[in-house]
Design a protein around this ligand. Structure first.
Ligand code: ZN
Ligand code: ZN
Length: 368
């Protein structure tokens, strides 16, 4: 493995991995079901204009998932919010950004520490060594803490160790699959996982260089960018990126167009944090996953979180066990939430409701 890569080596290396991933795009059955399939199928990202000079980079569905990014053009360089799960994905977006502006990328903001939001940082750092990487102070701590959860430098090692087993299992499943579509899906997942492991073997962490412990407003070029710290939610270090003039907010995974991932979250705080976000003036949400959303989606997503917490609390008070909750609550909450939480091929209601109930149970009624 190269210990010190030149920028050219790096781009070539990442480009090879990217080509390997993209070559499989047409085989990936999940993409055919994507809400945005017509334009996203052949690219990892679709750049959608949201306001003047503000773009949402909407990630195509992948087995090794990528987050969305927000791309903010200013007359003092480009600001990119979140950098995906791997250098090849960040490189793909970097190239797309270059097709709309030749301005350098001067700032990357990481909304939180999860693997699928920061592992591409190094691409921007390699391309622009003076790059500023911004996060909350807590996110920087989480990126180096061994017990932080689903992200950070220690978690890269956890993934490296786990991936060979995952590759073996996918290979076994592929060998015994008989259905043609299932074979294609498994083959694509296997190749994505192999390519991902190769990338992680050459991974060089690029950590935040500037952190905040409270809400700040920064002026970049002529644009005001507010970095909001509103409390715990999806993690204990979430930031929201608010553009007050353009009325846009980028939310990371604290508000997404999928079912929430709650394992490193704080369900009751999360509701209050979203209350605080709602007080800001915005019309468009660029979420960490899924499509661009209107402000009204905040109430829907928060409603799910608060109804989930309330349902688990009342079931617990009535003496229900976790298993009983997992059997009864999904259907009870489905009328209100199943359709709206199943718009995309990933992160659907029935995929995640059981896990969400379990996490809410552990964190809210304190039963491990
Ligand atoms: Zn994410
Ligand atoms: Zn996350």
């Amino acid at each position: 493995m190269a210990s010190s890569w030149t920028r050219r080596d790096f781009l070539v290396g990442s480009g090879a991995a990217l080509a390997a991933v993209q070559a499989l795009d047409h085989l990936h059955p999940c993409c055919a079901m994507a809400a945005d399939a017509p334009t996203a199928a052949s690219e990892l990202f679709e750049l959608k204009p949201v306001a003047d000079g503000i773009y949402a980079a909407i990630a195509a569905p992948r087995y090794k998932v990528n987050c969305n990014a927000a791309v903010i053009l200013t007359n003092d360089g480009v600001v990119v919010v979140d950098s995906h799960s791997k250098p090849s994905a960040a490189l793909a977006l970097y190239r797309e950004i270059q097709s709309i502006t030749k301005q350098p990328i001067k700032r990357v903001i990481n909304t939180h520490f999860h693997w699928d939001h920061w592992q591409g940082n190094q691409v921007y750092m390699e391309a622009y060594p003076g790059l500023e990487i911004i996060s909350s102070e807590r996110t920087l701590e989480n990126l180096t803490r061994p017990d932080a959860g689903n992200g950070g430098i220690p978690n890269v090692d956890v993934q490296r160790k786990a991936l060979p087993k995952e590759i073996e299992q996918l290979g076994n499943q592929l060998a015994s699959a008989t259905d043609a579509a299932e074979k294609l899906r498994l083959e694509s997942n296997l190749r994505q996982t192999e390519a991902y492991l190769k990338e992680l073997e050459q991974f060089k962490p690029a950590l935040p260089t500037r952190t905040f412990d409270k809400t700040v407003s920064v002026v970049v070029g002529a644009r005001e960018i507010q970095i909001l710290l509103l409390g715990r939610g999806h993690t204990d270090g979430d930031v929201f990126i608010h553009l007050p003039k353009e009325k846009v907010v980028a939310t990371g995974d604290a508000l997404i167009d999928w079912m929430p991932f709650m394992n490193d979250g704080f369900p009751e705080d999360w509701v209050r944090t979203l209350d605080a976000l709602e007080k800001y003036d915005f019309t468009h949400i660029i979420p960490g996953h899924g499509g661009v959303l209107p402000k009204g989606q905040l109430a829907f997503f928060r409603g799910y979180m608060s109804d989930l917490v309330a349902a688990v609390k009342s079931a617990h008070a009535e003496g229900a066990s976790l298993e009983e909750m997992k059997r009864g609550l999904p259907d009870r909450l489905a009328a209100k939430y199943e359709q709206g939480m199943s718009k995309h091929p990933l992160g659907r209601y029935r995929d995640r409701i059981g896990g969400n109930i379990e996490i809410a149970y552990q964190k809210v009624v304190g039963k491990a």
